[in-house]
Design a protein around this ligand. Structure first.
Ligand code: HAM
Length: 418
């Protein structure tokens, strides 16, 4: 096939039943976060490029991966690479009452090296809380993500937490790292030398063999925390312990975006390949709202990758895709007019119903009924048409069948489907 007519590299078509599973994942997420008072926000998929430049000029997301372009009106636009900046921009623009607890779901765009679990268009579900700097909000946010993974049935997800301290702590730590790595520049990989020049924190992320020893010997962020930041972090970890959410403190955990201060965290799926095993992450970004034109307002949140979370579900054999999309299949051998009305009756009664088309034979229609995965068939032939009845047949195993009056059809189906 002409490659122009294939989905672009790094994108995928999500067909049923994966699409149904996708949607139920978002439903479960919405249920978990709405029970905690989060309200949905739907930001645009593109913004003025300046909004995302706040993620950090030194980050890969901004430097190398952004889909940015000039629109026909001469505006510099970028497709969103994530939604925190958009949600905080919306906060700055509309100034809702704080605490503002928002959740979102939708696609993001990053020009990444595409592979399994790493896409150029990928979906996230997430939350952001603007207003409080209370460490217990950090704990609430982390615990919500944890409960969500539990609801999906995932058992092999681990949580790493860290604190990057106040902006001042962070800056001092970056200098300490720069000094540490610069002292032994020759033993650093070439890539890491480049990274060091733009963003010393990211060198800690290196998984390259050559860097292992130097990274292991690097100073720890936790030794650079101010008393305030340390106390804040202590309250986060105490609350997580009280909630029974297991975690490890990972002083080397740095995230790929520059807005973080204080708490950061990441969820890793042990069932996935190491290169893309991060199924979610987040943290505090107390300076972002001010950067985007709001009065100084602390913020904290997370985003979970939908694509990767579903891969983790596959790997653990949980949160299965549905096996059927409908409950009842209508088979009409009288010409199809009865099927027009019956499917509508069934649907209005809240049953999922479908039918065959093009005047197919009884045999072909029964085959379509089986293929549909429906549990029940409603069959109308000339006799039933004349008598005002239908045959209700159970398609699961040897469920048998009965002839029933039209006006009891729905009750009988409901009872059988229960
Ligand atoms: P992030 O770590 O860049 O954080 O992305 C969060 C999650 O999105 C990742 O853990 C991963 O599961 C998924 N993800 C990221 N890039 C890709 C990709 N190319 N393909 C598939 N999945 C991907 C953020 O986006 C922050 N906005 C999180 C946050 C919210 N921090 C505070 N509030």
């Amino acid at each position: 096939m002409d490659h122009a007519f294939r989905a672009p590299k790094g994108t995928r078509d999500i067909l049923w039943p994966d699409s149904a599973r996708w949607r139920s994942l978002v439903d479960v997420f919405a249920d978990v976060v709405s029970s905690a008072g989060y309200l949905e926000v739907i930001p645009p998929m593109f913004e003025h490029v300046e909004v995302f430049q706040r993620l950090g000029q030194a980050t890969d997301v901004v430097r190398k991966e952004m889909y940015s372009f000039e629109d026909r009106g001469g505006r510099q636009i970028a497709l969103r690479p994530e939604q925190t900046a958009s949600v905080v921009r919306a906060f700055a623009e509309h100034r809702p009452v704080v605490p503002w607890k928002a959740w979102y779901a939708g696609p993001n765009f990053r020009y990444e090296r595409a592979q399994k679990g790493r896409y150029r268009q990928f979906d996230q579900v997430g939350v952001e809380v603007l207003g409080p700097e209370d460490a217990h909000v950090d704990a609430e946010v982390i615990a919500l993500a944890w409960r969500f993974y539990e609801r999906l049935g995932l058992r092999r997800v681990t949580l790493a937490v860290n604190s990057l301290g106040s902006p001042g702590d962070r800056a001092r730590y970056v200098e300490a790292l720069r000094a540490h790595f610069s002292a032994d520049l020759d033993s650093l990989s070439e890539e890491s030398r480049t990274t060091l020049a733009v963003n010393p924190l990211r060198v800690l992320d290196s998984r390259r063999e050559a860097d292992t020893a130097l990274v292991a010997a690097a100073p720890s962020m936790l030794d650079h925390l101010s008393d305030d930041a340390e106390a804040h972090f202590g309250r986060v970890t105490d609350a997580l312990a009280a909630l029974g959410v297991p975690f490890t403190v990972s002083p080397r955990l740095v995230r790929g975006l520059d807005y973080y201060v204080r708490t950061t965290f990441e969820f890793v799926a042990e069932a996935l390949d190491a290169a893309q095993d991060a199924v979610g992450g987040g943290g505090r970004y107390d300076g972002l709202a001010e950067d985007l034109g709001a009065p100084a307002t602390p913020g904290v949140g997370f985003a979970l990758g939908v694509d990767r979370t579903l891969l983790a579900c596959d790997a653990e054999g949980v949160f299965d895709a549905p096996t059927s999309s409908i409950d009842v299949f209508v088979v009409d051998t009288t010409g199809g007019e009865r099927a027009v009305v019956l499917t509508d009756d069934l649907r209005r009664a809240g049953l999922r119903a479908d039918r065959a088309w093009d005047g197919r034979s009884m045999k072909a229609q029964m085959k379509a009924a089986d293929r549909s995965g429906a549990a029940m068939a409603v069959i109308v032939g000339e006799d039933e048409l004349a008598a005002g009845t239908v045959v209700v047949r159970d398609l699961r195993g040897d469920g048998g069948q009965e002839t029933v009056a039209l006006d009891s059809m729905i009750d009988i189906l409901r009872a059988r489907l229960r």
